[in-house]
Design a protein around this ligand. Structure first.
Ligand SMILES: [Zn+2]
Length: 343
C-alpha cells in the first residue's frame, strides 16, 4: 500500500472528457486503465505509443501493437497515435515516410513523437530539421496526419548544479540547449506551416506566457496540450490572472491531457498505480475548473514530489471553454471518431 491520497473528482463538472494524452505500456491491463480514466471523468482518450532511444533493454522498442490492441478493445472510445521505429539502426529519409504510411494504413489516428525529448533527441540518427526528416514532415503535412510531440523540457533539467537530482539532466555539451530546440522547432514549422502538431506539456512555456502567445500566433496550425508538468501548473498559479486571460484568449488552441500510464512507461519496474496516476488529472481539472487556492497535495506527479505544498490556484474557466479544452479542440484537429483499425 502507498499513502497516496484518493483524489476527489466530485467537485468537478460532469462533462464527457476526452483525455488527449495517455500512455500504453508493456503489460497494460485495458480494464484497469479504463477504470482509472473513468474515475478522472474521461469517457474517451488518445492512447500514445512511444519510441525511446537508446532502445531500453528487455522492453519492446515501441508500443504500437499495444496501442492498437487497446484501441480495438475500447470500441470507439480510444484514438491511438503510433510511434516511429528506430530498432533497425539505419535509415534513409524514405524509410520514415514508409513508416508513417504504414501507421496510417494500420488505422493510427496520428503519430506520437518523443523525438524532441532531449534524452532521446541526442540519440536520433539525424537532426529533426535535417534531410533525414524533411520528407517525413512533408508527407505528414500534406496528409494532414496529426502529431503529438514532446519538445524540450523544464529549464531546470539543463542546470548542471541539479545533475543527479532527478531522472533527467542535460548538463553536458552533447545536448542541444533549450533555446536551440525551440529555434529548430520554429524552423521546421516555418518550412511546414500546415503541420498539425499538438505540443505536449504546453511546450514547457508554463513560466513564459508571452512566449507561448508569440508561438501560437506565429503557427496557427499547432496546439498545446495541458499534460503536466506538475511544476508548470504551479508556475501558472503564480500568474493566475494572466494565466486565466491566456486560457480565454487561446481557448481554441489548448487540449486536455494527463499522462495517465506514463509511470510504467518511463520506468517499467514501477507498476501502474491507479491512485497515483489519477493525481495529474485531478491537478489539471482543479486548475481549469475551480477558484481554489490551496497547497498542492502529496502524491500528484508521476516522477517527482518536488512541488508538494506549493500553492495551486484555479482559473475557473466557463463551461463553454472547458468543452473546447476537454474534447472539441482535439476533435477538430484529429477527428470526431477514431479511425478504423487494419491489423
Ligand atoms: Zn506523455
Amino acid at each position: 500500500m502507498t499513502d497516496t491520497p484518493a483524489f476527489d473528482f466530485n467537485a468537478f463538472a460532469d462533462l464527457p472528457i476526452l483525455d488527449g494524452h495517455i500512455h500504453v505500456w508493456a503489460d497494460l491491463d485495458p480494464e484497469l486503465l479504463w477504470q482509472t480514466l473513468e474515475r478522472t471523468g474521461a469517457r474517451r482518450c488518445n492512447a500514445l505509443s512511444l519510441s525511446q532511444l537508446p532502445i531500453p533493454e528487455g522492453v519492446p522498442s515501441q508500443l504500437n501493437t499495444q496501442a492498437l490492441r487497446f484501441k480495438q478493445v475500447s470500441h470507439g472510445r480510444a484514438f491511438a497515435f503510433g510511434a516511429l521505429d528506430y530498432s533497425s539502426g539505419s535509415f534513409a529519409p524514405a524509410d520514415l515516410v514508409a513508416q508513417a504510411q504504414q501507421l496510417d494504413a494500420q488505422g493510427f489516428d496520428g503519430i506520437k513523437m518523443w523525438e524532441g525529448k532531449p534524452s532521446m533527441n541526442v540519440h536520433l540518427p539525424g537532426r529533426l530539421e535535417s534531410e533525414l526528416y524533411a520528407p517525413y514532415w512533408q508527407w505528414m503535412e500534406s496528409r494532414g496526419m496529426p502529431i503529438t510531440m514532446h519538445m524540450a523540457d523544464p529549464l531546470r533539467f539543463w542546470d548542471p548544479a541539479r545533475a543527479g537530482l532527478e531522472r533527467w539532466s542535460y548538463g553536458g555539451e552533447k545536448f542541444l540547449s533549450r533555446d536551440e530546440m525551440y529555434a529548430e522547432t520554429e524552423r521546421i514549422l516555418n518550412r511546414h506551416p500546415h503541420l498539425k502538431i499538438i505540443f505536449a506539456h504546453f511546450l514547457f512555456f508554463w513560466d513564459n506566457l508571452p512566449r507561448a502567445s508569440q508561438f501560437l500566433n506565429a503557427h496557427p496550425a499547432v496546439a498545446l496540450d495541458l499534460t503536466p508538468g506538475v511544476g508548470g501548473f504551479l508556475e501558472l498559479s503564480e500568474t493566475r490572472d494572466a494565466a486565466r486571460e491566456f486560457f480565454l484568449r487561446y481557448q481554441d488552441r489548448l487540449i486536455y491531457g494527463t499522462d495517465v500510464g506514463a509511470g510504467p512507461v518511463v520506468d517499467p519496474a514501477v507498476p501502474f498505480e491507479p491512485m497515483r496516476e489519477s493525481g495529474q488529472a485531478w491537478l489539471v481539472r482543479a486548475f481549469l475548473e475551480t477558484d481554489w487556492a490551496m497547497p498542492l497535495p502529496a502524491g500528484v506527479g508521476a516522477v517527482t514530489a518536488l512541488f508538494t505544498g506549493k500553492c495551486l490556484r484555479g482559473i475557473a474557466l466557463p463551461r463553454a471553454v472547458l468543452e473546447k479544452i476537454y474534447w472539441q479542440n482535439f476533435e477538430r484537429l484529429v477527428g470526431t471518431t477514431p479511425r478504423m483499425i487494419h491489423l
